[in-house]
Design a binder for this molecule. Sequence first.
Ligand code: COA
Length: 175
Amino acid sequence: MTNPAPALPAGFGSRPLLESDHLPVLAAVGEWWGTPQAPELGLLLPRLFFQHFTVLSEVVEVTDDAGSPRLAAFLIAFQSATHPDRVYIHFVGVDPQWRGRGIAAGLYERLFSAARALGCTRVDAITSPANRGSQAFHAALGFTAHGDQQIEGVAAYADYDGPGHARVALTRTLD
Ligand SMILES: CC(C)(COP(=O)(O)OP(=O)(O)OC[C@H]1O[C@@H](n2cnc3c(N)ncnc32)[C@H](O)[C@@H]1OP(=O)(O)O)[C@@H](O)C(=O)NCCC(=O)NCCS
């Protein structure tokens, strides 16, 4: 079944990701996640994603009190080069002050529509066993979690992203 993308709250708008979003997104990740984890997370967002993976990627902006757009959320996703019938979600983040308003759900539903238009039938993503919020979000968006053993109380794959970096694999069929 096709769900329409939830409307963004008043004052918010979405647009395609641009190369010029690279440094603002890195700054936002530092701000939104706090300093201890931010440098590690920033390494997941090299400029190449903002150069070569923009077709299905989006940002959400909110107009601030001065009338200027401010980054509120971003999604980096792409059609798999290996499996063209799949879309891979690399990173999603919403400013903590704007969470719980359907902004990420809207980003995902717009992505699903664009992916269907490309003929894709499956969406993949991963998250860490400790990230229960991400797991709950993806379950709410229709993803199934996969793993071959219990790690930190959830099904996950050990050493998926390197020694000590277990991941929960997430998949969703597009019908
Ligand atoms: C996960 C994240 C993207 C969700 O963004 P959001 O805009 O707050 O999510 P939405 O408001 O669109 O929520 C959509 C659904 O997911 C559920 N959900 C979202 N975050 C949740 C949480 N932390 N715990 C439980 N459920 C959650 C909502 O209840 C909602 O379900 P519903 O439709 O049944 O009401 C956001 O919390 C975030 O940026 N987290 C940090 C980054 C991260 O973990 N990214 C994912 C791994 S890279």
